[in-house]
Design a protein. Structure first.
Length: 414
């Protein structure tokens, strides 16, 4: 007998209890009776409803797509974003393990995603704003990106397998359109969604939009994003998409997943660390932010290279830079690895600049600068970050490495 689809409806706390109670594995994980379960809304992003549910035996995290943007009900949205997040977890968790969350259940009719609870963790962005320090987190994110992207790329997979893996994510049109518009396009022309600290930042915003070198570089990165399908990306990897606790780091919110250039994920994360660097009020905080940028890139590059070298050595590599070409020629392998990763490094710096500009002049801002109470100081810090981003885009030849980027950022933020 074919199962009749359940009509979509947005679940309230009572509906969430009933939904979980009807799933034996989830009910057992929570323990006790549904009326004793604690249901707390913890929605923090722009798009979905998110709840933590705790029972006598354990907890789960419940996420449901809404038919609109959560923070803007007039902005209608399809419901399939949690389906893409579930598919992303299925694709990358075998490679990254506990650097992300365990998928416990997905309902394709109600677009409900249930994952393990990270009740003892905090959002990395919020923790950093409060002066917290997780010295292992950035390195863990570097390892996450290396493993998730290498293992879903033609470097690790035969083209038939990589095509089959990436093809479903190419249909993530709605959220990719958000990225194309909000990250890559809207900040560079007049658009009603854009906003910034005005009038203080009006001159730098006008200067950015009028800079022909910036426009050319932005156009290059738009084309890079849309045409370079190197691997499966998280697609929204910022400090608000990372949960941390002592010695544990988890990447969450993979609903923007899509095929794309590896440097996009790297650049979003580095860009958010750079904004924290400019926003943090203490020299110690800026030193930690620079350390985190370095640790992220160092561990990404090391892990990616190691995975690649081992794949070639054991003839487990894919159809790109195939093992027969390089198995007996380690010198040539090292040369192509350096060239490949240098290109990702250049992409990372450019996408980091785009992330800074869109987060300070576009639709969705970051909270990092809210810790600066004085408006004049806050404007000066944001302007310094925007001028750095402008220079990175207009003169990429001047800052071609993450090390050089760190030096320049430290000087501008001092």
């Amino acid at each position: 007998m074919t199962r009749s689809p359940t009509p979509y409806r947005t679940l309230d706390p009572a509906g969430i209890r009933a939904f979980l109670a009807a799933q034996p594995a989830l009910a057992t994980r929570l323990g006790g009776q549904p009326d004793a379960w604690r249901v707390r809304e913890v929605s923090d992003g722009n798009l979905n409803n998110v709840f933590l549910i705790d029972g006598p035996a354990g907890g789960v995290c419940f996420k449901q797509s809404l038919p609109h943007v959560r923070v803007d009900p007039d902005w209608k949205m399809p419901l399939d974003r949690t389906a893409f997040e579930a598919a992303y977890l299925r694709a990358v968790r075998p490679h990254v393990g506990n650097l992300t969350t365990e998928l416990l259940h997905f309902d394709p009719d109600l677009f409900v995603l249930v994952v393990e609870s990270l009740n003892g963790h905090v959002v990395l962005r919020h923790g950093l704003m409060q002066g917290g320090d997780w010295p292992e987190a950035a390195a863990a994110i570097g390892r996450f990106v290396a493993r998730a992207t290498f293992q879903t790329s033609p470097l690790a997979l035969k083209f038939e397998a990589s095509s089959a893996l990436l093809a479903p994510f190419a249909r993530n049109h709605t959220l990719t359109r958000i990225t194309v518009d909000l990250v890559l396009t809207d900040p560079y022309h007049a658009h009603p969604r854009n906003h910034w600290l005005s009038p203080e930042l009006d001159p730098i915003v006008a200067n950015l939009r009028a800079d022909p070198a910036v426009r050319r570089r932005v156009g290059q990165m738009q084309a890079r994003f849309l045409t370079c399908q190197q691997a499966l990306l998280h697609g929204d990897l910022h400090t608000g998409s990372v949960m941390v606790a002592d010695h544990d780091t988890r990447v969450i919110d993979g609903e923007f997943a899509l095929p794309g250039p590896i440097g996009f994920d790297c650049g979003l994360f580095v860009g958010n660390l750079l904004m924290h660097l400019f926003a943090t009020p203490t020299p110690e905080g800026r030193t930690r932010a620079l350390r985190d940028i370095t640790q992220f890139w160092t561990h990404f590059r090391q892990d990616f290279t190691t995975l690649w070298t081992n794949a070639v050595a054991h003839s487990h590599s894919g159809d790109a830079y195939a093992a027969p070409l390089f198995r007996d020629d380690p010198t040539s392998l090292q040369q192509v690895q350096t060239q490949f990763l240098d290109a990702i490094e250049a992409d990372t710096i450019a996408f980091a600049a785009l992330e800074i500009i869109r987060r300070l002049t576009g639709y969705a801002h970051v909270a990092d600068f809210d810790v600066i109470a004085d408006r004049t100081t806050r404007a000066a810090r944001q302007e310094a970050a925007l001028r750095l981003a402008q220079d990175l885009l207009a003169h990429p030849e001047h800052t071609s490495t993450i090390a050089a980027l760190g030096t320049l950022a430290a000087d501008r933020a001092a």
